[in-house]
Design a protein around this ligand. Structure first.
Ligand SMILES: Cc1cc2nc3c(=O)[nH]c(=O)nc-3n(C[C@H](O)[C@H](O)[C@H](O)COP(=O)(O)OP(=O)(O)OC[C@H]3O[C@@H](n4cnc5c(N)ncnc54)[C@H](O)[C@@H]3O)c2cc1C
Length: 398
Protein backbone atom coordinates (compact mmCIF):
# COMPACT_ATOMS: atom_id res chain seq x y z
CA UNK A 1 0.00 0.00 0.00
CA UNK A 2 1.39 3.37 -0.93
CA UNK A 3 2.73 5.57 1.86
CA UNK A 4 3.43 9.14 0.79
CA UNK A 5 4.77 10.50 4.06
CA UNK A 6 7.35 13.17 3.36
CA UNK A 7 10.29 13.02 5.76
CA UNK A 8 11.54 16.22 7.45
CA UNK A 9 14.77 15.95 5.38
CA UNK A 10 12.83 15.93 2.11
CA UNK A 11 10.62 18.80 3.30
CA UNK A 12 13.76 20.81 3.98
CA UNK A 13 15.17 19.94 0.54
CA UNK A 14 11.92 21.08 -1.08
CA UNK A 15 12.06 24.34 0.83
CA UNK A 16 15.69 24.93 -0.21
CA UNK A 17 14.95 24.03 -3.84
CA UNK A 18 11.96 26.41 -3.94
CA UNK A 19 14.02 29.26 -2.45
CA UNK A 20 16.81 28.61 -4.98
CA UNK A 21 14.32 28.77 -7.85
CA UNK A 22 12.56 31.88 -6.59
CA UNK A 23 15.76 33.79 -5.88
CA UNK A 24 18.22 32.63 -8.50
CA UNK A 25 16.53 30.91 -11.43
CA UNK A 26 13.10 32.40 -12.12
CA UNK A 27 14.34 36.04 -12.12
CA UNK A 28 17.07 34.95 -14.56
CA UNK A 29 14.80 33.08 -16.98
CA UNK A 30 14.86 35.81 -19.68
CA UNK A 31 18.69 35.89 -19.63
CA UNK A 32 18.94 32.08 -19.56
CA UNK A 33 16.70 31.75 -22.60
CA UNK A 34 19.12 33.71 -24.80
CA UNK A 35 21.32 31.33 -26.80
CA UNK A 36 24.53 33.24 -26.05
CA UNK A 37 27.76 33.17 -24.05
CA UNK A 38 26.18 35.10 -21.13
CA UNK A 39 23.49 32.45 -20.77
CA UNK A 40 26.13 29.67 -20.71
CA UNK A 41 28.22 31.49 -18.10
CA UNK A 42 25.13 32.13 -15.97
CA UNK A 43 24.15 28.47 -16.16
CA UNK A 44 27.68 27.40 -15.11
CA UNK A 45 27.46 29.73 -12.13
CA UNK A 46 24.04 28.36 -11.12
CA UNK A 47 25.33 24.79 -11.45
CA UNK A 48 28.23 25.57 -9.10
CA UNK A 49 25.77 27.00 -6.56
CA UNK A 50 23.38 24.05 -6.98
CA UNK A 51 26.21 21.59 -6.28
CA UNK A 52 26.73 23.30 -2.93
CA UNK A 53 23.10 22.60 -1.92
CA UNK A 54 23.68 18.83 -1.80
CA UNK A 55 20.91 18.27 -4.36
CA UNK A 56 23.07 17.81 -7.46
CA UNK A 57 22.04 15.01 -9.88
CA UNK A 58 19.44 13.57 -7.51
CA UNK A 59 18.24 11.17 -10.22
CA UNK A 60 21.22 8.88 -9.63
CA UNK A 61 23.03 7.52 -6.58
CA UNK A 62 26.36 8.62 -5.08
CA UNK A 63 28.13 5.59 -6.60
CA UNK A 64 27.59 7.26 -10.00
CA UNK A 65 28.36 10.80 -8.87
CA UNK A 66 24.84 11.93 -7.90
CA UNK A 67 23.06 12.49 -4.60
CA UNK A 68 20.00 10.31 -5.25
CA UNK A 69 18.20 8.37 -2.53
CA UNK A 70 15.50 6.74 -4.66
CA UNK A 71 12.67 7.68 -6.96
CA UNK A 72 10.15 8.90 -4.41
CA UNK A 73 12.45 11.45 -2.71
CA UNK A 74 13.56 12.58 -6.17
CA UNK A 75 9.92 12.98 -7.24
CA UNK A 76 9.23 15.30 -4.31
CA UNK A 77 12.22 17.52 -5.13
CA UNK A 78 11.91 17.27 -8.90
CA UNK A 79 8.35 18.60 -8.90
CA UNK A 80 9.82 21.79 -7.42
CA UNK A 81 12.64 21.92 -9.99
CA UNK A 82 10.08 21.38 -12.75
CA UNK A 83 8.64 24.83 -12.13
CA UNK A 84 11.34 26.34 -14.36
CA UNK A 85 12.59 24.77 -17.61
CA UNK A 86 16.12 25.85 -16.59
CA UNK A 87 16.23 24.29 -13.13
CA UNK A 88 16.81 20.67 -14.21
CA UNK A 89 20.02 21.65 -16.03
CA UNK A 90 21.09 23.87 -13.13
CA UNK A 91 20.66 20.88 -10.78
CA UNK A 92 22.34 18.31 -13.06
CA UNK A 93 19.20 16.40 -13.91
CA UNK A 94 18.14 17.49 -17.39
CA UNK A 95 16.93 15.12 -20.10
CA UNK A 96 18.32 13.46 -22.16
CA UNK A 97 21.48 13.31 -20.01
CA UNK A 98 19.60 11.68 -17.13
CA UNK A 99 18.44 8.73 -19.23
CA UNK A 100 21.84 8.33 -20.86
CA UNK A 101 23.56 8.41 -17.48
CA UNK A 102 21.20 5.75 -16.16
CA UNK A 103 21.91 3.31 -18.98
CA UNK A 104 25.65 4.00 -18.87
CA UNK A 105 25.49 3.28 -15.16
CA UNK A 106 23.50 0.08 -15.67
CA UNK A 107 25.17 -1.31 -18.79
CA UNK A 108 28.45 0.59 -19.35
CA UNK A 109 31.90 -0.95 -19.08
CA UNK A 110 34.42 0.49 -16.64
CA UNK A 111 36.07 2.39 -19.49
CA UNK A 112 32.76 3.74 -20.78
CA UNK A 113 31.81 4.93 -17.30
CA UNK A 114 35.14 6.65 -16.83
CA UNK A 115 35.06 8.36 -20.19
CA UNK A 116 31.38 9.30 -20.48
CA UNK A 117 29.35 8.67 -17.32
CA UNK A 118 31.61 10.49 -14.88
CA UNK A 119 31.85 13.82 -16.75
CA UNK A 120 28.17 13.57 -17.74
CA UNK A 121 26.90 13.30 -14.17
CA UNK A 122 29.36 16.03 -13.11
CA UNK A 123 27.76 18.35 -15.70
CA UNK A 124 31.07 18.82 -17.53
CA UNK A 125 29.68 17.46 -20.80
CA UNK A 126 26.25 16.94 -22.39
CA UNK A 127 24.87 14.07 -24.47
CA UNK A 128 21.99 13.07 -26.74
CA UNK A 129 19.94 9.98 -27.56
CA UNK A 130 19.44 9.21 -31.24
CA UNK A 131 16.64 6.75 -31.88
CA UNK A 132 13.74 8.30 -33.83
CA UNK A 133 13.88 8.40 -37.65
CA UNK A 134 11.75 10.50 -40.00
CA UNK A 135 10.99 7.68 -42.45
CA UNK A 136 9.53 5.11 -40.03
CA UNK A 137 7.36 5.06 -36.89
CA UNK A 138 9.16 6.09 -33.73
CA UNK A 139 6.34 4.72 -31.60
CA UNK A 140 7.12 1.26 -33.02
CA UNK A 141 10.94 1.16 -33.05
CA UNK A 142 11.08 -2.38 -34.48
CA UNK A 143 11.05 -0.75 -37.94
CA UNK A 144 14.12 1.49 -37.42
CA UNK A 145 16.52 1.43 -40.38
CA UNK A 146 19.84 2.90 -39.20
CA UNK A 147 22.44 0.17 -39.76
CA UNK A 148 25.67 -0.62 -37.96
CA UNK A 149 27.84 -3.11 -39.88
CA UNK A 150 30.90 -4.62 -38.29
CA UNK A 151 34.20 -4.11 -40.08
CA UNK A 152 37.06 -5.64 -38.06
CA UNK A 153 37.12 -3.93 -34.67
CA UNK A 154 34.82 -1.13 -35.79
CA UNK A 155 31.14 -0.45 -36.38
CA UNK A 156 30.31 1.45 -39.55
CA UNK A 157 27.05 3.34 -38.97
CA UNK A 158 24.77 4.73 -41.68
CA UNK A 159 21.36 6.23 -41.02
CA UNK A 160 19.05 9.18 -40.77
CA UNK A 161 17.71 10.34 -37.39
CA UNK A 162 15.70 13.29 -36.21
CA UNK A 163 14.44 14.78 -32.96
CA UNK A 164 17.78 13.96 -31.36
CA UNK A 165 17.33 16.44 -28.48
CA UNK A 166 20.38 18.25 -27.21
CA UNK A 167 22.62 17.22 -30.15
CA UNK A 168 24.10 20.69 -30.60
CA UNK A 169 26.91 20.95 -28.07
CA UNK A 170 26.66 17.29 -27.01
CA UNK A 171 29.92 15.39 -26.60
CA UNK A 172 28.41 12.07 -27.61
CA UNK A 173 25.26 10.42 -28.91
CA UNK A 174 23.89 7.04 -27.94
CA UNK A 175 22.62 5.70 -31.24
CA UNK A 176 20.09 2.95 -31.78
CA UNK A 177 21.14 0.91 -34.85
CA UNK A 178 20.23 -2.41 -36.45
CA UNK A 179 23.17 -4.78 -35.99
CA UNK A 180 21.44 -8.03 -37.02
CA UNK A 181 18.56 -7.58 -39.50
CA UNK A 182 17.87 -11.35 -39.46
CA UNK A 183 17.25 -11.53 -35.70
CA UNK A 184 13.79 -11.41 -34.09
CA UNK A 185 12.42 -7.81 -34.13
CA UNK A 186 13.36 -7.04 -30.52
CA UNK A 187 16.87 -8.48 -30.90
CA UNK A 188 17.90 -6.66 -34.07
CA UNK A 189 19.22 -3.49 -32.54
CA UNK A 190 22.13 -2.36 -30.43
CA UNK A 191 23.00 0.91 -28.73
CA UNK A 192 26.32 2.38 -29.74
CA UNK A 193 28.15 5.39 -28.31
CA UNK A 194 29.24 7.86 -30.98
CA UNK A 195 31.49 10.78 -29.96
CA UNK A 196 30.13 13.91 -31.64
CA UNK A 197 33.48 14.73 -33.24
CA UNK A 198 33.52 11.44 -35.20
CA UNK A 199 33.73 12.10 -38.97
CA UNK A 200 30.36 11.44 -40.62
CA UNK A 201 28.29 12.57 -37.58
CA UNK A 202 26.52 15.31 -39.50
CA UNK A 203 23.96 17.56 -37.84
CA UNK A 204 21.71 18.69 -40.71
CA UNK A 205 19.57 21.21 -38.77
CA UNK A 206 17.77 21.86 -35.54
CA UNK A 207 14.17 20.96 -36.46
CA UNK A 208 11.95 24.01 -35.83
CA UNK A 209 9.44 23.03 -33.13
CA UNK A 210 6.34 25.14 -32.32
CA UNK A 211 7.98 28.44 -33.15
CA UNK A 212 11.37 27.59 -31.64
CA UNK A 213 13.92 27.70 -34.42
CA UNK A 214 16.96 27.54 -32.15
CA UNK A 215 15.65 24.50 -30.35
CA UNK A 216 17.87 21.52 -29.94
CA UNK A 217 15.86 18.74 -31.58
CA UNK A 218 18.21 17.85 -34.41
CA UNK A 219 18.09 16.02 -37.68
CA UNK A 220 21.30 14.00 -38.07
CA UNK A 221 22.77 11.99 -40.92
CA UNK A 222 25.17 9.22 -39.91
CA UNK A 223 27.40 8.86 -42.95
CA UNK A 224 29.88 5.98 -42.66
CA UNK A 225 30.49 6.82 -39.00
CA UNK A 226 33.24 4.54 -37.66
CA UNK A 227 33.55 3.79 -33.95
CA UNK A 228 35.29 0.94 -32.11
CA UNK A 229 33.06 -2.07 -31.27
CA UNK A 230 34.02 -1.41 -27.65
CA UNK A 231 31.59 1.54 -27.89
CA UNK A 232 28.66 -0.90 -27.84
CA UNK A 233 26.53 -0.26 -24.76
CA UNK A 234 25.61 -3.59 -23.17
CA UNK A 235 25.41 -6.66 -25.38
CA UNK A 236 25.02 -6.65 -29.16
CA UNK A 237 21.29 -7.14 -29.88
CA UNK A 238 20.22 -5.68 -26.52
CA UNK A 239 19.32 -2.21 -27.87
CA UNK A 240 15.58 -2.58 -27.46
CA UNK A 241 15.81 -3.94 -23.92
CA UNK A 242 18.17 -1.11 -22.90
CA UNK A 243 15.82 1.44 -24.52
CA UNK A 244 12.98 0.13 -22.34
CA UNK A 245 15.18 0.47 -19.25
CA UNK A 246 15.96 4.03 -20.29
CA UNK A 247 12.47 5.13 -21.21
CA UNK A 248 10.67 3.88 -18.09
CA UNK A 249 12.46 6.10 -15.57
CA UNK A 250 12.80 8.84 -18.22
CA UNK A 251 9.02 9.05 -18.57
CA UNK A 252 8.46 9.41 -14.87
CA UNK A 253 11.17 12.08 -14.70
CA UNK A 254 9.14 14.06 -17.24
CA UNK A 255 5.97 13.56 -15.19
CA UNK A 256 7.69 14.88 -12.05
CA UNK A 257 8.77 18.03 -13.89
CA UNK A 258 5.30 18.51 -15.37
CA UNK A 259 3.92 18.69 -11.83
CA UNK A 260 6.05 21.78 -11.29
CA UNK A 261 4.82 23.32 -14.55
CA UNK A 262 1.17 22.61 -13.66
CA UNK A 263 1.63 24.10 -10.22
CA UNK A 264 3.26 27.25 -11.59
CA UNK A 265 0.47 27.76 -14.16
CA UNK A 266 -2.12 27.15 -11.44
CA UNK A 267 -0.57 29.78 -9.16
CA UNK A 268 -0.44 32.31 -11.99
CA UNK A 269 -4.11 31.60 -12.75
CA UNK A 270 -5.25 32.04 -9.14
CA UNK A 271 -3.20 35.20 -8.55
CA UNK A 272 -4.43 36.85 -11.74
CA UNK A 273 -8.06 35.82 -11.17
CA UNK A 274 -7.99 37.56 -7.79
CA UNK A 275 -6.74 40.87 -9.14
CA UNK A 276 -8.32 41.25 -12.61
CA UNK A 277 -11.79 42.81 -12.70
CA UNK A 278 -14.42 42.52 -15.40
CA UNK A 279 -18.15 43.22 -15.38
CA UNK A 280 -18.14 44.57 -11.83
CA UNK A 281 -16.21 41.88 -9.97
CA UNK A 282 -12.92 40.00 -10.04
CA UNK A 283 -12.48 37.03 -12.35
CA UNK A 284 -12.18 34.93 -9.21
CA UNK A 285 -15.84 35.72 -8.52
CA UNK A 286 -17.00 34.16 -11.80
CA UNK A 287 -18.20 30.62 -11.45
CA UNK A 288 -16.57 29.46 -14.69
CA UNK A 289 -13.18 30.58 -13.37
CA UNK A 290 -13.89 28.92 -10.03
CA UNK A 291 -14.67 25.70 -11.91
CA UNK A 292 -11.32 25.93 -13.73
CA UNK A 293 -9.54 26.44 -10.43
CA UNK A 294 -11.34 23.56 -8.73
CA UNK A 295 -10.88 21.18 -11.69
CA UNK A 296 -7.20 22.09 -11.95
CA UNK A 297 -6.63 21.56 -8.21
CA UNK A 298 -8.22 18.11 -8.38
CA UNK A 299 -6.37 17.10 -11.53
CA UNK A 300 -2.98 18.36 -10.32
CA UNK A 301 -3.30 16.46 -7.06
CA UNK A 302 -4.42 13.33 -8.94
CA UNK A 303 -1.34 13.65 -11.17
CA UNK A 304 0.90 14.07 -8.12
CA UNK A 305 -0.47 11.01 -6.40
CA UNK A 306 -0.24 8.90 -9.57
CA UNK A 307 3.36 10.04 -10.06
CA UNK A 308 4.32 9.30 -6.45
CA UNK A 309 2.57 5.94 -6.71
CA UNK A 310 4.65 5.02 -9.78
CA UNK A 311 7.85 6.32 -8.11
CA UNK A 312 7.20 4.27 -5.01
CA UNK A 313 6.58 1.12 -7.07
CA UNK A 314 9.89 1.61 -8.86
CA UNK A 315 11.63 2.03 -5.50
CA UNK A 316 10.10 -1.31 -4.49
CA UNK A 317 11.77 -2.96 -7.50
CA UNK A 318 8.66 -3.10 -9.69
CA UNK A 319 8.97 -2.15 -13.39
CA UNK A 320 5.72 -0.17 -12.90
CA UNK A 321 4.88 -0.36 -16.62
CA UNK A 322 1.15 0.28 -16.11
CA UNK A 323 1.68 2.99 -13.51
CA UNK A 324 4.23 4.83 -15.68
CA UNK A 325 2.02 4.63 -18.78
CA UNK A 326 -1.01 5.88 -16.83
CA UNK A 327 0.83 8.93 -15.54
CA UNK A 328 2.48 9.60 -18.91
CA UNK A 329 -0.80 10.11 -20.78
CA UNK A 330 -2.82 11.44 -17.82
CA UNK A 331 -0.10 13.87 -16.73
CA UNK A 332 0.44 15.19 -20.26
CA UNK A 333 -3.28 16.01 -20.57
CA UNK A 334 -3.48 17.71 -17.16
CA UNK A 335 -0.33 19.69 -18.00
CA UNK A 336 -1.96 20.93 -21.19
CA UNK A 337 -5.37 21.65 -19.67
CA UNK A 338 -4.11 23.58 -16.64
CA UNK A 339 -1.82 25.79 -18.73
CA UNK A 340 -4.64 26.29 -21.24
CA UNK A 341 -7.03 27.47 -18.51
CA UNK A 342 -4.37 29.75 -17.03
CA UNK A 343 -3.87 31.33 -20.46
CA UNK A 344 -7.62 31.82 -20.85
CA UNK A 345 -7.87 33.59 -17.48
CA UNK A 346 -5.04 35.94 -18.56
CA UNK A 347 -6.82 36.88 -21.80
CA UNK A 348 -4.48 38.40 -24.41
CA UNK A 349 -1.70 38.64 -21.82
CA UNK A 350 -1.77 34.84 -21.63
CA UNK A 351 -0.66 34.36 -25.22
CA UNK A 352 1.90 37.17 -25.04
CA UNK A 353 5.52 36.75 -24.09
CA UNK A 354 4.86 38.83 -20.93
CA UNK A 355 4.03 35.72 -18.90
CA UNK A 356 5.78 32.33 -19.07
CA UNK A 357 2.48 30.68 -20.00
CA UNK A 358 2.77 30.77 -23.78
CA UNK A 359 6.20 29.08 -23.66
CA UNK A 360 4.89 26.53 -21.19
CA UNK A 361 1.95 25.82 -23.50
CA UNK A 362 4.21 25.18 -26.50
CA UNK A 363 6.35 22.80 -24.44
CA UNK A 364 3.28 21.05 -23.12
CA UNK A 365 1.94 20.12 -26.55
CA UNK A 366 4.96 17.94 -27.32
CA UNK A 367 4.51 16.06 -24.02
CA UNK A 368 1.69 14.07 -25.59
CA UNK A 369 4.11 12.74 -28.21
CA UNK A 370 7.67 12.34 -26.90
CA UNK A 371 8.65 9.20 -25.02
CA UNK A 372 5.64 7.48 -26.55
CA UNK A 373 2.41 9.07 -27.82
CA UNK A 374 -0.69 9.02 -25.58
CA UNK A 375 -2.33 6.35 -27.73
CA UNK A 376 0.54 3.90 -27.24
CA UNK A 377 0.52 4.37 -23.46
CA UNK A 378 -3.23 3.82 -23.36
CA UNK A 379 -2.68 0.67 -25.42
CA UNK A 380 -0.06 -0.60 -22.94
CA UNK A 381 -2.38 0.03 -19.99
CA UNK A 382 -5.44 -1.56 -21.59
CA UNK A 383 -3.53 -4.60 -22.90
CA UNK A 384 -1.97 -5.36 -19.53
CA UNK A 385 -5.24 -4.94 -17.67
CA UNK A 386 -7.16 -7.04 -20.19
CA UNK A 387 -4.50 -9.76 -19.98
CA UNK A 388 -5.38 -10.18 -16.32
CA UNK A 389 -9.07 -10.49 -17.13
CA UNK A 390 -8.37 -12.99 -19.94
CA UNK A 391 -6.54 -15.08 -17.37
CA UNK A 392 -9.57 -15.06 -15.11
CA UNK A 393 -8.26 -12.40 -12.71
CA UNK A 394 -9.32 -8.84 -12.00
CA UNK A 395 -6.98 -5.84 -12.10
CA UNK A 396 -5.96 -4.89 -8.58
CA UNK A 397 -4.70 -1.37 -7.80
CA UNK A 398 -2.19 -1.78 -5.03
C1 LIG B 1 10.04 17.58 -28.30
C2 LIG B 1 10.44 16.19 -28.70
C3 LIG B 1 11.66 15.69 -28.29
C4 LIG B 1 12.07 14.41 -28.69
N1 LIG B 1 13.32 13.95 -28.33
C5 LIG B 1 13.77 12.77 -28.82
C6 LIG B 1 15.12 12.34 -28.57
O1 LIG B 1 15.89 13.01 -27.86
N2 LIG B 1 15.57 11.20 -29.15
C7 LIG B 1 14.76 10.44 -29.95
O2 LIG B 1 15.22 9.41 -30.44
N3 LIG B 1 13.46 10.82 -30.19
C8 LIG B 1 12.97 11.96 -29.66
N4 LIG B 1 11.67 12.38 -29.94
C9 LIG B 1 10.84 11.57 -30.82
C10 LIG B 1 9.69 10.87 -30.11
O3 LIG B 1 10.14 9.91 -29.20
C11 LIG B 1 8.78 10.31 -31.21
O4 LIG B 1 8.21 11.42 -31.86
C12 LIG B 1 7.71 9.38 -30.68
O5 LIG B 1 8.25 8.15 -30.27
C13 LIG B 1 6.64 9.11 -31.77
O6 LIG B 1 7.24 8.67 -32.96
P1 LIG B 1 6.88 9.37 -34.36
O7 LIG B 1 7.02 10.83 -34.21
O8 LIG B 1 7.66 8.69 -35.42
O9 LIG B 1 5.32 9.09 -34.56
P2 LIG B 1 4.67 7.77 -35.18
O10 LIG B 1 5.25 6.55 -34.55
O11 LIG B 1 4.69 7.86 -36.64
O12 LIG B 1 3.17 7.94 -34.65
C14 LIG B 1 2.35 9.02 -35.17
C15 LIG B 1 1.03 9.00 -34.42
O13 LIG B 1 0.39 7.76 -34.66
C16 LIG B 1 -0.44 7.42 -33.58
N5 LIG B 1 -0.13 6.06 -33.15
C17 LIG B 1 1.06 5.42 -33.14
N6 LIG B 1 0.94 4.17 -32.65
C18 LIG B 1 -0.37 4.02 -32.32
C19 LIG B 1 -1.15 2.96 -31.75
N7 LIG B 1 -0.57 1.81 -31.42
N8 LIG B 1 -2.47 3.17 -31.56
C20 LIG B 1 -3.05 4.36 -31.91
N9 LIG B 1 -2.37 5.38 -32.43
C21 LIG B 1 -1.06 5.22 -32.65
C22 LIG B 1 -0.16 8.43 -32.46
O14 LIG B 1 -1.19 9.39 -32.43
C23 LIG B 1 1.13 9.07 -32.89
O15 LIG B 1 1.27 10.41 -32.40
C24 LIG B 1 11.23 13.63 -29.52
C25 LIG B 1 9.98 14.14 -29.91
C26 LIG B 1 9.59 15.40 -29.52
C27 LIG B 1 8.25 15.92 -30.00
Amino acid sequence: MADFNVSPEIKEMRRKAKAFLDEKIIPNEPALSEHDANASALMKDLQAQAKATGMWAMFIGPEAGGTGQGFLPYAYVNEILGRSPFAPRAFGCAAPDTGNAEILHMFGTTDQKQRWLKPLVAGDIRSCFSMTEPEVSGADPTGLRTRAVRDGDEWVINGHKWFTSGAIGASFAIVMAVTDPEAAPHGRMSQIIVPADTPGFNIVRPVPVMGETEGAHCEIVYDNVRVPVTNTLGEVGDGFRIAQKRLGPGRIHHCMRWLGQMQRAFELMCEYALKREAFGSTLADKQTVQNWIADSAAEIQASRLLTMWAAQKIDEGDEARVEISIIKFFGAKVLHDVIDRAIQVHGARGVSGDTPLEGMYRQARAARIYDGPDEVHRMVVARRILREFKNGRAWEFE
